[in-house]
Design a binder for this molecule. Structure first.
Ligand SMILES: [Cu+2]
Length: 134
């Protein structure tokens, strides 16, 4: 009997710890990190990008190499997406009033195309821009 009680207590504590962990990982639901992880001491460049049918402002983002680009995405008319074409699973979607942030550590210089990854209308396919790392 005592053994069963102890076991129940241990299980309950374990579940509570699990629940806590889940809460923590959900703390920042709208930040998506893509690509290689950034070293802890990497400089950060904050960039604001707004999206509407069918363009991003700005269309060209410049980030110094070996910098963490923290790209804050807002939509002004309807839901849009932002995806780095050459980076797998980098699509982030965001709606008016529900911004999102994409973090990308630019460890190599080059030009990364980005595009909308949420079908947003007839000219969705031309909604593109460039992230220039130099
Ligand atoms: Cu679109």
């Amino acid at each position: 009997m005592r053994y069963t009680l102890t076991l129940c207590l241990v299980l309950a504590l374990g579940l509570a710890a699990l629940a806590d962990e889940k809460k923590e990982s959900r703390a920042a639901p709208n930040v998506v990190r893509v690509g290689n992880p950034a070293p802890g001491d990497a400089p950060v460049k904050e960039v604001q990008v707004s999206a509407k049918k069918y363009e991003y402002t700005p269309e060209v983002i410049e980030v110094p190499v070996k910098t963490l680009a923290r790209i804050h995405l807002t939509a002004t008319d309807r839901e849009h997406g932002f995806e780095l074409s050459s980076i797998k699973d980098s699509c982030v979607k965001f709606k008016p009033g529900e911004p999102a942030t994409l973090e990308f550590y630019a460890d190599k210089s080059g030009t990364y195309e980005f595009k909308c990854c949420k079908v947003c209308g007839i000219h969705h396919g031309r909604m593109k821009g460039k992230l220039v790392v130099k």
